[in-house]
Design a protein around this ligand. Structure first.
Ligand code: NAD
Length: 354
């Protein structure tokens, strides 16, 4: 196969992804945005690509794959349309905005000769991968409690500039919705699916700012996730993850700078073969691209796009497949229902094959 021919929908985060697509060896042949300014910016950055206004025009291009980086709550209909054309899909979060959409997306991916991948770079971030290694090596035992944060320590003015416009997707989505940067690592680390969700507003005086969700997992473990705007921003791309197993703990170090990517592993003496307590900090090796280290915050994106390329070119399984994508996204939908019902626990709806 010649270089994978990619189209991109939405040219803000999408332009960032398009640039990395090129760096990892794919060719961006077409792109679209309804905003003329974004199209002008894209023409400057993507010479040779056809840059158009309407995403449906990309259906007529000779594409192997498409990257969906349009509005957060509008991805599923586009993903289904491209899958029906046999075009491989890499979709930003959320995968779907309702149970019905999620079921339709899974059915479309199952029917298609192409594949669906979720663009969840948080699953491939350095600290999450290090924790996964400890889980796979059996160091932690069975996972009992898993916590994940996706938090921004912004000023009230900056927060309002980001989410204050109800006409923009950031302003119209419920405060539980943007949960896949926590839930996708949770599901990937536990190999479990969500069973029941309870959501709480953190501060009743400022209910939009942040939520905590308690998600019961099919493995029996509990996931506690916090997201939104709280002071104490983690330097590891706003992400902090902690896993308590029956034998040990592995968690991101709460520290600034490079150490934010490190993982602390604590094993009590009773669980160690030599009876000695171990408490160590591990820093993942740098990921190289063309022999050069990738900056830490971009590692997840680079690994994600390399995995997507391998899925399209070599038939490798998607890094985050459609069922995990839909399950993580629906936690935000069900969480919103829990909030609307006084933080009552709400069961997750059934999904085919989960
Ligand atoms: N994984 C990450 O780290 C990460 C980071 C930022 C954003 N994102 C995701 O990327 C997506 C986009 O986020 P953003 O910050 O770029 O949002 P944005 O609103 O700033 O930009 C979206 C762009 O898409 C265009 N667009 C939307 N719908 C379109 C349509 N139907 N046809 C043509 N153009 C359309 C808009 O004009 C806009 O330029 C969201 O799903 C967001 O969650 C992910």
């Amino acid at each position: 196969m010649t270089s994978v021919r990619v189209g991109v929908v939405g040219l803000r985060m999408g332009l960032h992804l398009a640039m990395w697509c090129r760096r990892v060896g794919m060719t961006v042949v077409a792109a679209c945005d309804r905003d003329p300014e974004r199209r002008t910016a894209a023409r400057a950055e993507l010479p040779g690509a056809a840059v158009v206004e309407t995403w449906a025009h990309l259906l007529d291009h000779d594409l192997d794959a498409v990257v969906l980086a349009n509005d957060f709550d509008e991805h599923a209909p586009l993903a289904i349309a491209f899958l029906e054309r046999g075009v491989h899909v890499l979709s930003e979060s959320a995968a779907c905005a309702s149970h019905e959409e999620g079921r339709e997306l899974i059915a479309a991916a199952d029917r298609s000769r192409a594949t669906y991948s979720f663009a969840e770079n948080y699953v491939a971030h350095p600290h999450v991968r290090l924790i996964r290694e400890a889980v796979d090596a059996g160091e932690l035992g069975r996972i009992s409690l898993i916590e994940a944060d996706y938090l921004h320590g912004m000023s009230p003015q900056d927060m309002n500039a980001l989410v204050g416009d109800p006409a923009h997707w950031r302003g119209r989505i419920p405060p539980t919705a943007y949960c896949t940067h926590t839930l996708s690592p949770v599901l990937a680390l536990t190999d479990a699916s969500p069973v029941e969700v309870t959501a709480f507003v953190v501060d009743e005086a400022d209910p939009r700012a942040a939520v905590v969700m308690a998600t019961r997992l099919s493995s029996g473990a509990l996931a506690l996730t916090r997201h939104g705007f709280l002071q104490g921003e983690p330097d590891s791309h706003w992400s902090w993850v902690s896993v308590r197993g029956t034998r040990a703990l592995a968690e991101s170090v709460r520290a600034p700078g490079e150490r934010a990517w490190a993982v602390r592993v604590r094993t009590e003496g009773w669980a160690a073969p030599d009876g000695r307590t171990r408490d160590e900090e591990r820093l993942p090796p740098r990921h190289l691209l063309d022999g050069e280290p990738v900056d830490r915050a971009s590692e997840g994106t680079v690994r994600l796009l390399q995995a997507f390329r391998a899925t399209v070119e070599e038939g490798k399984p998607p890094l985050v497949p459609v069922r995990s994508a839909v399950a993580a996204s629906l936690v935000g939908v069900i969480g919103a229902r829990s909030l609307a019902n006084g933080s009552r626990p709400i069961p997750m709806p059934a999904l085919p094959g989960l």
